[in-house]
Design a protein around this ligand. Structure first.
Ligand code: COA
Ligand code: AMP
Length: 636
């Protein structure tokens, strides 16, 4: 079947299309229907079906005779260690971890927070939660204590699973001080905190609360997979919105398993027994879907890599892992390749490795800029596939269907809509725009299986954020256009979310942290282009009358505040003090104008008729020049 026929079928008859795909999985009770509406009017997939995602990802393969096949390969250049788990071994570890959690009182519907580095135990812990029907919420290890505390309060976990440390290049990051600080700040108190003790950092276990993972595992009895409803939550993954409070994206097991399994064949062209490597982190949606769930549900072998693209030990790290493990498809963020290109522009390291196993490379998380695309395509001489998705969708919205019919690539486009996603470009009034015109990218409801049904504890915010602006559609908050051939071009966010080295961050949240500084009257944080990280946040700050602080001192304090409250990944380094922020007469800060100033020119910024003081834009432009921000920077 051609891509276009298949796509058309998926939109005309979503029920039939996805019910057929659902039949490929080992359900405890297969669903009789695909799509239904719940009491709130939201679409839900496979209501009435019963399954267990850990069973699909592990037991079903062992039962099908794949027990001795490699399921997970761990490669950690930062510790110099490796490990290999067959499906049988991984199932047994997960069953014991589930037993350990059960003994701690965790059961169906309970939440468990994971704050873990890229070690096999992180994957084992996720699957162990799924095995019990418990809901995991993984918090990326680069987030500071406050972010962890906010998530602990929202998810109210019974147990926190963590480790003694993470490792960034050669730097050991002890987790216990962060976890303790988060628990001090949080109002909710989990009953237990379990530490995977690593030799690089010690922990002091607090009696009555802190436990040792390995000790508890040794004592635990294995737990069987519990059949759960297809519409039960499998996990909550918090992602940045426009305010300081992150959004708890809920993922249900049934639709997710069906969509991921389909995507592995149709998009990534991966089949049981083949090796798939996603160099990301389990703290992000890419890690949830394509390090953990999709490869294992599909019966592939996944690689868990605890390292970086560069300096662990060099810019040949990706090529080494691909050749050593026979990786067929490799997936990472464009920023990671920009890091490799910066250190090894001629790709000299490639000569040391045999990459004949590698068939294609996938990138997502941010726009694939044409120079990086060209460098990669020329260097690797293989298809380089950009694909667009969001934490909310859990799997690609737009991609090149490599397993159905590889389509010609157009530079700057993530290619064509994926089955089930009816994408439209709308103007601000919700009218559909013709081919080639840029507007808001929206998806006609129902969304396909796997996408979020709601936000944890906040259905009103779910409606407000995604459904109300364009009734009948899901609002992606990305802008873009669709060309005459149906190719989708994603141009960037329309809200205050920015993308720093593939990490999704909220400028609104940074503004809240900066605004809390005693010398700051008000501020605006915008993302400006950065050669390596894609975007970097820059703060424009108005000081309180009489505030006495020097530029350097203020920059240092604000940078530190962002590191302490959000995490080092926010990478705020530039702060410019200005007398006034450009605002409308009603007091709304003109962030978009500031962004355009940083990216383009003063002339490109239309002075809005509603602006309070046009001179404030000139002042911002002068501050950018003085501080070498955006187009005034030294970057090429
Ligand atoms: N735990 C603790 N700290 C972390 C962390 C983690 N898991 N991840 C990042 N950090 C810290 C870094 O150590 C760094 O701290 P520093 O400012 O004290 O040096 C800071 O956060 C910024 O990190 P990062 O954004 O990773 O930048 P970098 O300069 O250290 O490395 C790249 C640049 C391109 C190599 C790196 O960003 C990268 O590998 N990106 C790929 C991102 C990715 O996979 N995204 C997932 C979407 S698919
Ligand atoms: P996250 O939820 O962290 O996956 O981030 C989702 C956001 O990243 C999207 O809304 C886009 O703005 C951006 N993004 C992800 N993939 C792409 C892509 N392939 N092209 C352009 N932008 C992308």
């Amino acid at each position: 079947m051609t891509y276009r026929d298949l796509y058309r079928d998926s939109i005309r008859d979503p029920e039939g299309f996805w019910l057929e795909q659902a039949q490929r999985l080992a359900w405890h009770e297969p669903p009789a229907q695909a799509l239904s509406r719940d009491e709130r009017g939201h679409y839900r997939w496979f209501h009435g079906g019963k399954l267990n995602v850990s069973h699909l990802a592990l037991d079903a393969h062992v039962e099908a005779g794949r027990g001795e096949q490699a399921a997970l390969l761990y490669d950690s250049p930062v510790t110099g260690s490796r490990a290999r788990y067959t499906y049988r071994e991984l199932r047994d570890e997960v069953a014991r971890a589930a037993g350990m959690l059960r003994e701690l009182g965790v059961g169906h519907g309970d939440r468990v927070i994971l704050y873990m580095p890229m070690i096999p135990e992180a994957v084992i812990a996720m699957l162990a939660c799924a095995r019990l029907g418990a809901i995991h919420s993984v918090v990326f290890g680069g987030f500071a204590a406050n972010e962890l505390a906010v998530r602990i309060d929202d998810a109210a976990p019974r147990v926190v699973l963590t480790a003694s440390c993470g490792i960034e290049f050669e730097r050991v990051i002890p987790y216990q001080p962060l976890v303790n600080e988060a628990l001090r700040r949080a109002e909710h108190a989990p009953e237990a905190v379990v530490y995977v003790r690593r030799p690089q950092a010690e922990v002091e276990l607090q009696a009555g609360r802190d436990l040792d993972w390995h000790e508890r595992m040794r004592a635990a009895a294995p737990a069987e997979a519990v059949p759960v409803d297809a519409t039960d939550p499998l996990y909550i993954l918090y992602t940045s919105g426009t305010t300081g409070k992150p959004k708890g994206v809920v993922r249900e097991g049934g639709g997710y398993a069906v969509a991921l399994n389909w995507s592995m064949a149709a998009i990534y062209d991966l089949h049981p027994g083949e090796v798939f490597w996603t160099a990301s982190d389990v703290g992000w949606v890419v890690g949830h879907s394509y390090i953990v769930y999709a490869p294992l549900i599909r019966g592939c072998c996944t690689v868990v890599y605890e390292g970086k693209p560069v300096r662990t030990p060099d810019a040949g790290a990706f090529w080494r892992v691909i050749s050593e493990y026979g990786v067929k498809s490799f997936f990472t963020a464009p920023t990671a390749f920009r890091a490799v290109k910066k250190e090894d522009p001629e790709a000299r390291h490639l000569a040391n490795y045999d990459l004949s196993c590698l068939e294609s490379v996938f990138v997502a998380g941010e726009r694939l800029d044409p120079p990086t695309y060209e460098w990669l395509a020329e260097t690797l001489e293989r298809p380089v596939i950009d694909h667009w998705w969001q934490t909310e969708t859990g799997w690609p919205i737009v991609a090149n269907p490599m397993g159905i019919e590889p389509m010609p690539v157009k530079s700057g486009s993530a290619t064509l809509p994926v089955a089930g996603y009816d994408i439209r470009v709308l103007d601000d009034a919700g009218r559909e725009l013709p081919a080639g015109e840029q507007g808001n990218l929206a998806i006609r409801l129902p969304l396909p299986p796997g996408c979020l049904p709601t936000l944890w504890n906040d259905d009103a915010r779910f409606r407000r954020s995604y459904l109300e602006r364009f009734p009948g559609y899901y609002d992606t908050a990305d802008a873009g256009f669709i060309d005459e051939d149906g190719y989708v071009f994603v141009m960037g966010r329309v809200d205050d979310v920015i993308n720093v080295a593939g990490h999704r961050l909220s400028t609104g949240e940074m503004e809240e942290v900066i605004g809390a500084h005693p010398a700051v009257a008000e501020c605006a944080v915008v993302g400006v282009h950065d050669e390596l990280k894609g975007e970097l946040p820059v703060a424009f700050v108005v000081l309180k009358d009489g505030a006495e602080t020097g530029q350097e001192e203020l920059e240092g304090e604000l940078t530190q505040a962002i590191r302490d409250e959000i995490g080092a990944i926010a990478a705020l380094r530039r702060v410019a003090v200005v007398a006034k922020l450009p605002k409308t007469r009603s007091g709304k800060i003109l962030r978009k104008s500031i962004r355009t100033l940083a990216q383009e020119s003063r002339e490109a910024v239309a002075t809005p008729s509603t602006i309070d003081d046009p001179g404030s834009l000139d002042e911002i432009a002068e501050a950018m020049e003085a501080h070498r921000i955006g187009r005034y920077s030294d970057q090429p």
